[in-house]
Ligand binder design. Sequence first.
Ligand SMILES: [Zn+2]
Length: 92
Amino acid sequence: MEEPAAQVDCPFCNWAPDTPFVYEEQLAVALIDRRPINRYHILVVPRMHYQAFVEMPDELVSHLYRLTKGCALILPGRDVVAGATGVTLDGT
Ligand SMILES: [Zn+2]
């Protein structure tokens, strides 16, 4: 079910005011993870909350992956990054 992020208790939707966004747009945000597992750990999250990944419209899924690719391309020092990993988190 799609819901505005501010109306749900979701760790991926309710960010602290000082959240370090690296990119913001109408459909999604990209931010530095508060507990990064590497130097370039960025989360790309839709602005709307979806209870399950499979409920997300295909167009939004495609958009999020394009945005993920864009984030990988603008990382400082990306020439030394051996690769990029896209992971989809779903559920609790
Ligand atoms: Zn959420």
